[in-house]
Design a protein around this ligand. Structure first.
Ligand code: SF4
Length: 80
């Protein structure tokens, strides 16, 4: 899947597996995560959100599966 880089004009091509691995690697470094129930709740909202572009939030540019796991983060649209 090709997803736009929100930090520059480059197009970056990553497979879904590479994206999942990247998210898992980054989450392993985080210490302030939400509970599994809260993570699933947030992801369910993102999955139905018109701002989502594949694995990415079109509003903030984060992988939604990553952002939703972080306790200090909120939805830029105020949905969670
Ligand atoms: S973080 Fe918010 S705006 Fe972005 S995809 Fe999820 S619900 Fe939508």
């Amino acid at each position: 899947m090709t997803t736009p880089c929100f930090g520059c004009a480059a197009k970056v091509t990553l497979s879904n597996q590479e994206i999942e691995e990247s998210i898992a690697e980054q989450l392993a470094l985080e210490i302030n995560l939400v509970t599994d129930d809260e993570w699933q709740y947030r992801q369910n909202i993102c999955q139905k959100c018109p701002q989502r572009v594949g694995p990415t939030c079109g509003k903030c540019g984060c992988y939604y599966k990553f952002r939703t796991a972080l306790a200090v983060k909120t939805c830029p649209e105020g949905k969670w």
